[in-house]
Design a protein around this ligand. Sequence first.
Ligand code: PGA
Length: 307
Amino acid sequence: MNVSLRQLKLFESVARNLSFTRAAEEMHLTQPAVSIQVKQLEDSVGLPLFEQIGKKIYLTETGQSLKSLCDTILGELARFEMEVADRKGLKQGQLRLGVTTTAKYFVPGVLGPFCDLYPGIEVSLKVSNQQALLERLARNEDDLYILGRPPKQMAVTALPFMANPLVMLAHPEHPLAGVKNIPPQRFAEEWFLMREPGSGTRTATERFFAERGISLRERLTLGSNEAIKQAVMAKLGVAVLSRSTIALESEVGRMVILDVEGFPIRRHWHIVYPADKRLSVVAQTFCDYLGSHTQAAGEPSAPDSEE
Ligand code: PGA
Protein backbone atom coordinates (compact mmCIF):
# COMPACT_ATOMS: atom_id res chain seq x y z
CA MET A 1 0.00 0.00 0.00
CA ASN A 2 1.50 3.28 -1.07
CA VAL A 3 0.66 5.49 1.90
CA SER A 4 2.63 8.49 3.14
CA LEU A 5 2.98 9.76 6.69
CA ARG A 6 1.68 13.11 5.48
CA GLN A 7 -1.53 11.47 4.26
CA LEU A 8 -1.96 9.68 7.57
CA LYS A 9 -1.54 12.96 9.50
CA LEU A 10 -4.13 14.68 7.31
CA PHE A 11 -6.52 11.77 7.57
CA GLU A 12 -6.12 11.70 11.38
CA SER A 13 -6.98 15.37 11.60
CA VAL A 14 -10.10 14.98 9.40
CA ALA A 15 -11.14 11.87 11.38
CA ARG A 16 -10.69 13.58 14.76
CA ASN A 17 -12.47 16.78 13.72
CA LEU A 18 -14.98 15.01 11.46
CA SER A 19 -14.55 17.99 9.19
CA PHE A 20 -12.36 18.69 6.17
CA THR A 21 -12.62 22.43 6.85
CA ARG A 22 -11.42 22.21 10.44
CA ALA A 23 -8.63 19.79 9.46
CA ALA A 24 -7.51 22.21 6.73
CA GLU A 25 -7.38 25.04 9.29
CA GLU A 26 -5.48 22.89 11.75
CA MET A 27 -2.95 21.78 9.12
CA HIS A 28 -2.68 25.27 7.55
CA LEU A 29 -3.79 24.00 4.14
CA THR A 30 -6.67 24.68 1.80
CA GLN A 31 -9.65 22.38 2.02
CA PRO A 32 -9.22 21.00 -1.55
CA ALA A 33 -5.58 20.13 -0.73
CA VAL A 34 -6.75 18.05 2.23
CA SER A 35 -9.54 16.41 0.22
CA ILE A 36 -7.14 15.39 -2.57
CA GLN A 37 -4.70 13.76 -0.13
CA VAL A 38 -7.47 11.89 1.67
CA LYS A 39 -8.91 10.78 -1.68
CA GLN A 40 -5.48 9.40 -2.69
CA LEU A 41 -5.29 7.59 0.64
CA GLU A 42 -8.74 6.11 0.05
CA ASP A 43 -7.63 4.97 -3.42
CA SER A 44 -4.58 3.24 -1.92
CA VAL A 45 -6.71 1.53 0.72
CA GLY A 46 -9.30 0.62 -1.90
CA LEU A 47 -12.30 1.20 0.39
CA PRO A 48 -14.10 4.40 1.51
CA LEU A 49 -12.82 5.91 4.76
CA PHE A 50 -15.66 8.41 5.25
CA GLU A 51 -19.30 8.49 4.39
CA GLN A 52 -21.40 11.59 4.09
CA ILE A 53 -24.93 11.78 5.49
CA GLY A 54 -26.53 15.17 4.88
CA LYS A 55 -23.87 17.72 5.69
CA LYS A 56 -22.02 15.54 8.19
CA ILE A 57 -19.21 13.10 7.57
CA TYR A 58 -18.75 9.86 9.49
CA LEU A 59 -15.93 7.33 9.62
CA THR A 60 -16.66 4.02 7.93
CA GLU A 61 -15.56 0.85 9.72
CA THR A 62 -12.36 0.86 7.64
CA GLY A 63 -11.92 4.55 8.53
CA GLN A 64 -12.25 3.73 12.24
CA SER A 65 -9.60 0.99 12.01
CA LEU A 66 -7.27 3.34 10.17
CA LYS A 67 -7.90 6.10 12.76
CA SER A 68 -6.85 3.83 15.62
CA LEU A 69 -3.78 2.71 13.62
CA CYS A 70 -2.92 6.40 13.05
CA ASP A 71 -3.27 7.12 16.80
CA THR A 72 -0.74 4.37 17.50
CA ILE A 73 1.70 5.30 14.72
CA LEU A 74 1.57 9.07 15.30
CA GLY A 75 1.68 8.64 19.10
CA GLU A 76 4.77 6.41 18.87
CA LEU A 77 6.39 8.82 16.43
CA ALA A 78 5.80 11.78 18.78
CA ARG A 79 7.22 9.73 21.65
CA PHE A 80 10.30 8.85 19.57
CA GLU A 81 10.84 12.51 18.65
CA MET A 82 10.69 13.43 22.35
CA GLU A 83 13.17 10.69 23.26
CA VAL A 84 15.57 11.91 20.58
CA ALA A 85 15.20 15.50 21.80
CA ASP A 86 15.76 14.28 25.36
CA ARG A 87 19.00 12.52 24.33
CA LYS A 88 20.11 15.81 22.79
CA GLY A 89 19.51 17.41 26.17
CA LEU A 90 16.28 19.12 25.09
CA LYS A 91 12.81 18.69 26.49
CA GLN A 92 10.44 19.35 23.67
CA GLY A 93 7.17 18.14 22.27
CA GLN A 94 3.48 18.39 22.95
CA LEU A 95 1.82 17.93 26.32
CA ARG A 96 -1.94 17.39 26.21
CA LEU A 97 -3.49 17.94 29.61
CA GLY A 98 -7.10 17.34 30.59
CA VAL A 99 -8.06 19.20 33.76
CA THR A 100 -11.34 19.54 35.63
CA THR A 101 -13.17 22.86 35.62
CA THR A 102 -12.14 23.21 39.26
CA ALA A 103 -8.44 22.51 38.67
CA LYS A 104 -8.28 25.31 36.13
CA TYR A 105 -7.97 27.76 39.03
CA PHE A 106 -4.50 26.60 39.98
CA VAL A 107 -3.19 24.81 36.87
CA PRO A 108 -2.23 28.00 34.95
CA GLY A 109 -0.22 29.12 37.99
CA VAL A 110 1.78 25.87 37.79
CA LEU A 111 2.05 25.91 34.00
CA GLY A 112 3.53 29.43 33.86
CA PRO A 113 6.85 28.55 35.53
CA PHE A 114 6.85 25.07 33.91
CA CYS A 115 6.64 26.60 30.41
CA ASP A 116 9.36 29.12 31.34
CA LEU A 117 11.60 26.27 32.43
CA TYR A 118 10.87 24.16 29.33
CA PRO A 119 10.23 26.57 26.44
CA GLY A 120 10.28 23.67 23.96
CA ILE A 121 7.20 22.07 25.50
CA GLU A 122 3.92 23.10 23.96
CA VAL A 123 0.99 22.60 26.33
CA SER A 124 -2.63 22.25 25.31
CA LEU A 125 -5.26 22.29 28.01
CA LYS A 126 -8.69 20.69 27.79
CA VAL A 127 -11.00 21.87 30.58
CA SER A 128 -14.13 19.79 31.31
CA ASN A 129 -16.04 18.44 34.27
CA GLN A 130 -14.99 15.17 35.84
CA GLN A 131 -17.37 12.94 33.87
CA ALA A 132 -16.34 14.37 30.49
CA LEU A 133 -12.66 13.91 31.40
CA LEU A 134 -13.21 10.29 32.42
CA GLU A 135 -14.70 9.68 28.98
CA ARG A 136 -11.60 11.25 27.37
CA LEU A 137 -9.39 9.15 29.65
CA ALA A 138 -11.21 5.97 28.57
CA ARG A 139 -10.50 6.93 24.94
CA ASN A 140 -6.87 7.81 25.79
CA GLU A 141 -7.22 11.23 24.16
CA ASP A 142 -4.73 13.20 26.28
CA ASP A 143 -1.36 12.56 27.93
CA LEU A 144 -2.34 13.28 31.54
CA TYR A 145 -5.43 14.22 33.53
CA ILE A 146 -5.79 16.29 36.69
CA LEU A 147 -8.76 15.00 38.65
CA GLY A 148 -10.16 15.37 42.13
CA ARG A 149 -10.81 11.66 42.45
CA PRO A 150 -9.28 8.82 40.44
CA PRO A 151 -11.91 6.57 38.83
CA LYS A 152 -12.52 3.28 40.61
CA GLN A 153 -13.87 1.48 37.54
CA MET A 154 -10.76 1.94 35.35
CA ALA A 155 -7.21 0.64 35.75
CA VAL A 156 -5.26 3.86 36.21
CA THR A 157 -2.13 5.21 37.83
CA ALA A 158 -3.12 8.06 40.17
CA LEU A 159 -0.55 10.23 41.92
CA PRO A 160 -1.90 12.61 44.59
CA PHE A 161 0.09 15.85 44.54
CA MET A 162 -1.81 18.60 46.37
CA ALA A 163 -4.62 18.99 48.89
CA ASN A 164 -8.00 20.05 47.54
CA PRO A 165 -10.30 20.82 50.49
CA LEU A 166 -13.97 21.46 49.69
CA VAL A 167 -15.61 24.14 51.82
CA MET A 168 -19.17 25.28 52.55
CA LEU A 169 -19.79 28.80 51.25
CA ALA A 170 -22.41 31.34 52.17
CA HIS A 171 -23.15 35.03 51.85
CA PRO A 172 -21.52 37.03 54.72
CA GLU A 173 -25.02 37.95 56.00
CA HIS A 174 -26.17 34.34 56.16
CA PRO A 175 -27.50 33.50 59.68
CA LEU A 176 -24.91 30.68 60.01
CA ALA A 177 -21.95 32.96 59.23
CA GLY A 178 -19.66 33.04 62.27
CA VAL A 179 -21.45 30.12 64.02
CA LYS A 180 -19.01 27.45 65.33
CA ASN A 181 -19.29 23.70 64.63
CA ILE A 182 -22.55 23.73 62.68
CA PRO A 183 -23.96 20.15 62.58
CA PRO A 184 -24.38 18.89 58.98
CA GLN A 185 -28.06 18.07 59.76
CA ARG A 186 -28.69 21.81 59.93
CA PHE A 187 -28.19 21.95 56.13
CA ALA A 188 -31.32 19.90 55.46
CA GLU A 189 -33.14 23.25 55.89
CA GLU A 190 -30.87 25.26 53.57
CA TRP A 191 -31.23 25.95 49.88
CA PHE A 192 -28.32 24.45 47.98
CA LEU A 193 -26.67 25.61 44.78
CA MET A 194 -25.23 22.57 43.05
CA ARG A 195 -22.89 21.91 40.15
CA GLU A 196 -24.23 19.87 37.23
CA PRO A 197 -24.40 16.04 37.29
CA GLY A 198 -20.99 14.74 36.17
CA SER A 199 -19.13 17.26 38.32
CA GLY A 200 -16.67 15.82 40.85
CA THR A 201 -17.57 18.56 43.32
CA ARG A 202 -21.23 17.61 43.10
CA THR A 203 -20.50 13.92 43.62
CA ALA A 204 -18.35 14.64 46.70
CA THR A 205 -21.04 16.91 48.19
CA GLU A 206 -23.82 14.40 47.57
CA ARG A 207 -21.73 11.61 49.07
CA PHE A 208 -20.91 13.62 52.22
CA PHE A 209 -24.57 14.33 53.01
CA ALA A 210 -25.93 10.96 51.85
CA GLU A 211 -23.51 9.17 54.20
CA ARG A 212 -25.12 11.13 57.05
CA GLY A 213 -28.65 10.40 55.85
CA ILE A 214 -29.30 14.05 54.97
CA SER A 215 -31.19 15.00 51.81
CA LEU A 216 -30.37 18.33 50.27
CA ARG A 217 -32.80 20.92 48.98
CA GLU A 218 -31.40 21.87 45.60
CA ARG A 219 -32.49 25.29 44.49
CA LEU A 220 -30.39 25.69 41.36
CA THR A 221 -28.12 23.52 39.25
CA LEU A 222 -25.36 25.57 37.69
CA GLY A 223 -22.81 24.44 35.14
CA SER A 224 -19.77 26.30 36.47
CA ASN A 225 -18.02 27.28 39.68
CA GLU A 226 -18.21 30.93 38.62
CA ALA A 227 -22.01 30.77 38.29
CA ILE A 228 -22.26 29.12 41.72
CA LYS A 229 -20.19 31.88 43.31
CA GLN A 230 -22.35 34.58 41.73
CA ALA A 231 -25.46 32.82 43.06
CA VAL A 232 -23.98 32.57 46.59
CA MET A 233 -23.14 36.28 46.47
CA ALA A 234 -26.71 36.97 45.32
CA LYS A 235 -27.93 35.19 48.49
CA LEU A 236 -29.61 32.40 46.52
CA GLY A 237 -28.25 29.67 48.78
CA VAL A 238 -25.20 27.90 50.13
CA ALA A 239 -22.77 25.79 48.12
CA VAL A 240 -19.85 23.42 48.50
CA LEU A 241 -16.87 24.29 46.31
CA SER A 242 -13.14 23.65 46.22
CA ARG A 243 -11.28 26.23 48.27
CA SER A 244 -9.06 26.91 45.26
CA THR A 245 -12.00 28.52 43.45
CA ILE A 246 -12.68 31.30 45.95
CA ALA A 247 -9.40 32.99 46.83
CA LEU A 248 -10.46 36.42 45.59
CA GLU A 249 -14.06 36.53 46.75
CA SER A 250 -13.33 35.44 50.31
CA GLU A 251 -10.42 37.91 50.44
CA VAL A 252 -12.69 40.84 49.71
CA GLY A 253 -15.35 39.56 52.11
CA ARG A 254 -18.05 38.81 49.53
CA MET A 255 -18.36 35.21 50.69
CA VAL A 256 -17.63 33.36 53.91
CA ILE A 257 -16.62 29.78 54.67
CA LEU A 258 -19.00 28.21 57.19
CA ASP A 259 -17.62 26.17 60.08
CA VAL A 260 -19.41 22.84 59.51
CA GLU A 261 -18.61 19.63 61.43
CA GLY A 262 -16.82 17.20 59.07
CA PHE A 263 -15.68 20.06 56.83
CA PRO A 264 -13.62 20.75 54.87
CA ILE A 265 -14.26 17.61 52.83
CA ARG A 266 -10.70 16.36 52.40
CA ARG A 267 -9.67 15.59 48.86
CA HIS A 268 -6.48 15.69 46.82
CA TRP A 269 -5.66 16.61 43.30
CA HIS A 270 -4.38 13.60 41.39
CA ILE A 271 -2.47 13.26 38.21
CA VAL A 272 -4.10 10.32 36.43
CA TYR A 273 -3.30 8.21 33.36
CA PRO A 274 -4.16 4.69 32.13
CA ALA A 275 -2.20 2.08 34.16
CA ASP A 276 -0.64 0.50 31.08
CA LYS A 277 0.34 3.79 29.43
CA ARG A 278 4.02 4.45 28.72
CA LEU A 279 4.42 8.16 29.44
CA SER A 280 6.18 10.38 26.92
CA VAL A 281 9.33 12.20 28.05
CA VAL A 282 7.35 15.42 28.21
CA ALA A 283 4.49 13.93 30.25
CA GLN A 284 6.98 12.36 32.66
CA THR A 285 8.75 15.72 32.98
CA PHE A 286 5.45 17.38 33.91
CA CYS A 287 4.63 14.66 36.49
CA ASP A 288 8.05 15.11 38.11
CA TYR A 289 7.65 18.88 38.07
CA LEU A 290 4.21 18.75 39.70
CA GLY A 291 5.48 16.36 42.37
CA SER A 292 8.38 18.59 43.33
CA HIS A 293 6.70 21.99 42.99
CA THR A 294 3.32 21.50 44.60
CA GLN A 295 4.03 19.41 47.68
CA ALA A 296 4.61 22.58 49.69
CA ALA A 297 1.11 23.79 48.89
CA GLY A 298 -0.42 20.58 50.28
CA GLU A 299 -1.78 19.96 53.75
CA PRO A 300 -0.61 17.30 56.22
CA SER A 301 -1.17 14.01 54.50
CA ALA A 302 -4.53 12.95 55.94
CA PRO A 303 -6.46 10.41 53.86
CA ASP A 304 -9.16 11.77 51.58
CA SER A 305 -12.63 11.93 53.19
CA GLU A 306 -14.03 9.84 50.35
CA GLU A 307 -11.67 6.85 50.58
P1 PGA B 1 -15.44 19.26 38.81
O1 PGA B 1 -14.19 18.46 39.35
O2 PGA B 1 -14.92 20.52 38.21
O3 PGA B 1 -15.98 18.23 37.84
O4 PGA B 1 -16.39 19.50 39.95
C1 PGA B 1 -13.61 18.63 40.53
C2 PGA B 1 -13.05 17.32 40.97
O5 PGA B 1 -12.78 16.42 40.17
O6 PGA B 1 -12.88 17.25 42.17
